[in-house]
Design a protein around this ligand. Structure first.
Ligand SMILES: Cc1cc2nc3c(=O)[nH]c(=O)nc-3n(C[C@H](O)[C@H](O)[C@H](O)COP(=O)(O)O)c2cc1C
Length: 151
């Protein structure tokens, strides 16, 4: 049984729609338990206990939103060395830019997570096509985490 953490920060709801699609995709892989958490409420235990993590944000001034940065700030020292190789995927909603994805990818590399797939970027609220892409992203993460959990 693989446990997936979907952690995100959303102000207007677009990224929340995206996060729910990623979570649904992960849950579609049998034997997967999904924890969907707002970044400001997610803890180091959430990170330590999951077998794979999906990280999402809105683009805020070409950087990840403050809530997600806060999650990374709070969890870095307490989890250092214990999350190396943890499978991850990233997703972003934006208003036409999307450069914030670089900051998310950089921090995931700093934590030494292992990238499962290229990030999904969505302009505005995810439509049906974007939701399908986000679900596929979540499913890919769940399959990679299952392998990792099986050892
Ligand atoms: C404070 C703020 C700064 C933003 N800066 C950018 C930006 O630099 N580039 C961009 O493409 N979109 C930017 N946006 C637009 C949002 O990323 C976009 O509307 C996103 O889908 C909002 O997601 P949410 O509904 O989950 O909050 C910004 C929005 C806000 C509120």
């Amino acid at each position: 049984m693989a446990k997936i953490l979907v952690v995100y920060h959303s102000l207007g709801g677009n990224t929340e729609v995206a996060a729910k699609a990623v979570a649904a995709g992960a849950a579609s892989v049998s034997g997967t338990e999904v924890v969907l958490k707002k970044a400001l409420e997610a803890t180091e235990e959430d990170l330590l206990q999951c077998d794979g993590i999906a990280v999402g944000s809105l683009d805020a001034f070409s950087y990840m939103a403050g809530g997600l940065k806060d999650f990374f700030d709070r969890t870095y020292y307490p989890t250092q060395g214990q999350v190396t190789g943890k499978p991850y995927v990233a997703f972003l909603t934006h208003g036409g830019g999307g450069r914030a994805i670089e900051s998310i990818e950089n921090l995931c590399q700093t934590f030494r997570f292992a990238k499962v797939a290229e990030p999904v970027l969505v302009q505005g609220r995810p439509d049906a096509a974007a939701e399908a892409e986000l679900k596929a992203l979540g499913a890919a993460l769940a399959r990679a985490a299952e392998k990792e959990a099986a050892g």
